[in-house]
Design a protein around this ligand. Sequence first.
Ligand code: UFG
Length: 332
Amino acid sequence: MSILVLGGAGYIGSHTVDRLIEQGTETIVVDSLVTGHKAAVSKQAKFYQGDIADRDFMRKVFKENPSIDAVIHFAAFSLVAESMKKPLKYFDNNTAGMINLLEVMTEVGVKKIVFSSTAATYGIPDKTPIKETDPQKPINPYGESKLAMEKIMHWSDVADGIKFVALRYFNVAGAKPDGSIGEDHNPETHLLPIVLQVAAGTREKLQIFGDDYNTPDGTNVRDYVHPFDLADAHILAVKYLSEGNDSTAFNLGSSTGFSNMEILKAARDVTKKAIPAEVAPRRGGDPDTLIAASDKARDILGWKPEFDDIHKIIETAWKWHLTHPNGYADRN
Ligand code: UFG
């Protein structure tokens, strides 16, 4: 049995490939390298460069690897702000990409898919922590494109019996503890890597977007989860489907919230750097607080996140940052 990982050269995909290989699973990776990095992919995985929208290419990948039993699908664009400006890019790549993929999976008879969904499918929650059964009302095209993908999988399941697990991530942060793989986006828009760029002196100061939110210190509160723990959740989700269980969705977060100010303070503690920061105007579309109820993943998948301490998460990201100040040097 082997697993096909789509988007396996990306931030979370590369950590999952690494874990699969560590566990001795035969792993095939497809990535277009538009945002992913070849250097992030374990050398022990079989690698194909290509686009999941190219059906002939995807047919070839399945044909050459008849042992593929399940697909883990990370291949998507994921910048909220960009999606507000270029919504069609998101529906084309993310949503239409899913349609192509499911058509080819149906043709070749591969009937299990684990999918990277997002807390962005919930939009502005009525209450926290957020449960999987809470209303999904995205407030940006990125979240909408992922919600549409969840719905498309549901109807493919009804019609063709393709079973899926949608994993709705909250805020992902951290790197492999040995510092060999980590987060490398261009442009970088996420809080923790930006904070660490300031700590390292490659960016002048942090701008904290808004301090008048309805939270204890006025800055947004987010729930941080480590890619190593996400990788484990994907592998547990494949096992869940292999045991014949029904399609479903799980939230993945630590169920603890940290404000942007608290992240800054924790990063100052870990890095021992001053990290200059100023309060700037709100960024559009940021909900006050996003915290996951993740007991469903713990109870049903048996998921036990190892990185339950924000300092430990920041330490791993800092190690990656110090050893790779320019990310993956090849910029692939
Ligand atoms: N922030 C700053 N300054 C910065 C960058 C971010 O203050 O320079 C703030 C944001 O305003 C927000 C918090 O830091 O309050 C976290 O922002 P990120 O951009 O790191 O993450 P988001 O919460 O916006 O988004 C992340 C993922 C999305 C996913 C979402 C769901 O990037 O893909 O979590 O929770 F949809």
